[in-house]
Ligand binder design. Sequence first.
Ligand SMILES: NC(=O)C1=CN([C@@H]2O[C@H](COP(=O)(O)OP(=O)(O)OC[C@H]3O[C@@H](n4cnc5c(N)ncnc54)[C@H](OP(=O)(O)O)[C@@H]3O)[C@@H](O)[C@H]2O)C=CC1
Ligand SMILES: O=C(O)C1=N[C@H](C(=O)O)C[C@H](O)C1
Length: 248
Amino acid sequence: MIKVGVLGAKGRMGAQTCLAVEEAADCDLVAQLDQGDSLDALTEAGAEVVVDFTRPEVVMDNLAWCIEHGIHAVVGTTGFDAERLAVLQTQLAASPTTGVLIAPNFSIGAVLMMQFSAKAAKYYESVEIIELHHPDKVDAPSGTARRTAELIAAARRDAESGPIPDATTTALDGARGADVEGIRVHGVRLRGLIAHQEVLFGDEGETLTIRHDSMSRVSFMAGVLLGVRTIATAPGLTVGLEQFMDLT
Ligand SMILES: NC(=O)C1=CN([C@@H]2O[C@H](COP(=O)(O)OP(=O)(O)OC[C@H]3O[C@@H](n4cnc5c(N)ncnc54)[C@H](OP(=O)(O)O)[C@@H]3O)[C@@H](O)[C@H]2O)C=CC1
Ligand SMILES: O=C(O)C1=N[C@H](C(=O)O)C[C@H](O)C1
C-alpha cells in the first residue's frame, strides 16, 4: 500500500483526489491537510507520497518541506517557471532518492493535446492558444496553456520557424492576449466551465484546431494516481505527466 497525504484537501481538486485515493485498492489515504494544518502530520502519519493541489504562493514551501523529509511529491498546483524548477533541482540534489513530479495537467487527454500540439507546431506559420476555465480560478493564463506555449515555442525554435504573422499596430490592452515565448495565449473565465483549451494552427488555405475539454474533475484522477504509483521509481525532478506515459 502506498501511504498518501493530500495538501489542499478541502479544495476542489484536493477533495476529488482524497476520494480517488480512498477508492484506489493500492493506496492508503493517511493525511488530509489544508490551510493552517501543520505539515508534521505527514511524517506522523508515515506519508510516502504527497499530492499537492494548493496555491502557487504556498506550493514551494510545501515542496521544500517534503524534499527535506524525503517524501515524494506529485504536484498539480500551477505557478512553475524555470526559476522555480531550478530551485527544486537544487533541493532534490540534497535528497537524491526523493522524486517530485510537476504536472501542469493530469488529464490524459490534455497531455495528449499538448503532445499533439508540439508535433503539429513546425508545420504551421500561425498558432494561438485559447484556454477556458471556471471563474474561481486564481491564475491566468492556465499552467496548461503556458506549458503548451512553451512546448510549441521549443518545437518552432528547433524547426527554425519564422515569426508568427501579425500586422497589429494598434490594440486595446489585452486584445491580443498574453505573450508566452512569442505565442499568444487568450484566457476565458466562464461559469459552467471546468477546464478547456483550444490550440489553433493556421497556414495558407487551412487551419487545424486541437481541443480538449475536462467536463469533470474526475478527468484528472487517472493521471494523479499514475503519478502516485510511479513517483517513487523516479527520483529527482520530472516535469509533465507524459514522462510517465508510453507515447512512442
Ligand atoms: N495539474 C492539474 O491537472 C490541475 C491543476 N490545478 C491547479 O491546482 C491548484 C488548486 O486548484 P483548486 O483545487 O481548483 O483550488 P482550490 O482553491 O479549490 O483549492 C486549494 C486549497 O488549498 C488550500 N490551501 C491554501 N494554502 C494551503 C497550505 N499552505 N497548505 C494546505 N492547503 C492550503 C486552500 O485553502 P484556502 O481556500 O483557505 O486558501 C484550498 O482549500 C491550482 O493551482 C490549479 O490551477 C487544478 C486542476 C487540475
Ligand atoms: O485551475 C484549474 O481548474 C486548472 N488548473 C490547471 C491549469 O492551470 O492548467 C489545470 C487545468 O487546466 C485545471
